[in-house]
Design a binder for this molecule. Sequence first.
Ligand code: GLP
Length: 263
Amino acid sequence: MLLVLKANSDELGREAARIVANAVRRNPALRLGLATGSTMLGMYHELVRLHRQEKLDFSRVVTFNLDEYLGLSASHPQSFRYFMQQDFFAHVNAAPANIHIPDGSIKGNYQQYCASYEQTICDAGGIDLQVLGIGRNGHVGFNEPTSSLGSRTRLKVLSKETIEDNRKFFAAGEEIPQCAITMGIGTILEAKRILLLASGASKAAAIAKAIEGPLTASVTASALQLHGDVTFIVDQDAGAQLKQQEYYRRVLEMTAILTPERL
Ligand code: GLP
């Protein structure tokens, strides 16, 4: 586990984009897992800048989004597909056929649909680099507390806390989705490399539990402790409750000297 501590969310976004961009430069056909949420905006904006100014090429990159609300069409402004289009895909040269986002408009046959999403990931050869955010309750994707740590892509009922966190994005009186389709923890853990971003004081407890707490389905991000190649990028506020900050700093310094390719 590597932990990179950044001063603020702008620096965090640039660092995440640097890692993603390096991965794309090393492997132009990278299979890239993507996430949504306000924490991701800085990273996407920087990737767009790198595409425009440094010709970062996404034409062969294959993307898989983590999750989507059930019941929202692609044109709904709060759908994750809309977010991805507005904040990223409309501004880079990713091929539409290479973009995969769970379809929130499906009705029925959920199990079959989710199994086919898993199969598409598998057929592509698996995910090389998965980017994650984290919920206040420690969820990754929409794997709410008590999700099975072996779970696969499936329909998930959202917790009250998640619904409340997202209320601000919806118009007054508008119904907020109660369910989502999300990659499972088991799916996420199969990615070769994982990058988790967290910004702001509201994420501090979740980050401390995920990194320094016990492995538990009550904080699904703690399952990342089972993965061999995870980098957390957190800003000062999100990292504020970590007890071992000094150790993570030393690990990072030694990594830069001994195995800089990991960075
Ligand atoms: C939603 C998404 C998560 C994301 C989280 C945090 O719950 N399903 O994948 O990590 O929001 O969002 P934000 O970055 O806006 O705090």
